[in-house]
Design a binder for this molecule. Structure first.
Ligand SMILES: Nc1ncnc2c1ncn2[C@@H]1O[C@H](COP(=O)(O)OP(=O)(O)OP(=O)(O)O)[C@@H](O)[C@H]1O
Ligand SMILES: O=C(O)c1ccc[n+]([C@@H]2O[C@H](COP(=O)([O-])O)[C@@H](O)[C@H]2O)c1
Length: 211
């Protein structure tokens, strides 16, 4: 945890201890097209720094952004997530949004998850790029009453928000799925930007060659 905790963080941290009988679960939602090492480092750092019981990486079916680019099939994205997480027992995949299909609104998802798991406290993790977009999220006020939002820094994005986020310090990593897709399309190396097994899968399936 950062040395520079703000009041929200300190209160939230205390609450973490007081609610220790309840399961503390983090969710990192995303398109994961493809999953990369920054996703895994973010999940790992939040897990350890907040002392959570588990983190789920949750692929969206259809990204809820109005202007979001098209994605690839959920089967391909799920395969890559499974390859990336094969050796970690505290990182798992939540397939609720894939199974539900349609637009993946986080409020709807977390409403379902909190109803299914009333003994779990959820921490929804978002990168700095998403933080500034929060006011436009569907039913954001209701979502905040269901989950604790956790922000992680991303290069070139501010670390302020009008919402009560817990900020977790992670190494600044200028890695993105779009960078990886662009590099694959150009034939550039993507070594060490994402797990080797995922790179092999991308090559085997011929993904992203056309941009
Ligand atoms: N390098 C990074 N540092 C911190 N957070 C990140 C990073 N990359 C992705 N995230 C966060 O992980 C979540 C899932 O990201 P997503 O699957 O959309 O990947 P992405 O790399 O942002 O993809 P794209 O480049 O296609 O937009 C989002 O909350 C995003 O902000
Ligand atoms: O619910 C919303 O309105 C909403 C708007 C934008 C993003 N999200 C969620 O934020 C997570 C990261 O989104 P993305 O597009 O960066 O992969 C993912 O779980 C999305 O479903 C949710």
């Amino acid at each position: 945890m950062s040395e520079t905790l703000n009041r929200t963080q300190i209160v939230a941290r205390t609450e973490l201890k007081e609610t220790s009988k309840r399961q503390q679960v983090g969710i990192l939602g995303g398109n994961f097209n493809p999953v990369h090492h920054a996703h895994l480092i973010v999940a790992d750092q939040v897990y350890h720094q907040l002392g959570l019981d588990k983190i789920y990486l949750m692929p969206t079916y259809e990204p809820p952004h109005i202007d979001h680019k098209t994605t690839i099939s959920s089967e391909l994205r799920l395969d890559m997530l499974e390859l990336a997480l094969a050796s970690d027992d505290y990182l798992e995949i939540e397939t609720l949004e894939i199974n539900r299909a349609g637009k993946s609104y986080t409020y709807e998802t977390m409403k379902t998850l909190t109803e299914l798991n009333p003994d779990v406290d959820y921490y929804f993790i978002i990168g700095g790029d998403m933080v500034e977009y929060l006011p436009k999220w569907y039913e954001i006020e209701k979502l905040m009453s269901l989950v604790q939002l956790v922000g992680v820094r991303r290069p070139n994005y501010p670390i302020t928000s009008e919402y009560p986020l817990i900020w977790v310090d992670v190494p600044l990593m200028d890695i993105s799925s779009s960078l990886i897709r662009a590099k694959v399309a150009k034939g550039d190396s993507v070594n060490y930007l994402l797990p080797r097994d995922v790179i092999n899968y991308i090559e085997m399936k011929g993904l992203y060659r056309d941009g």
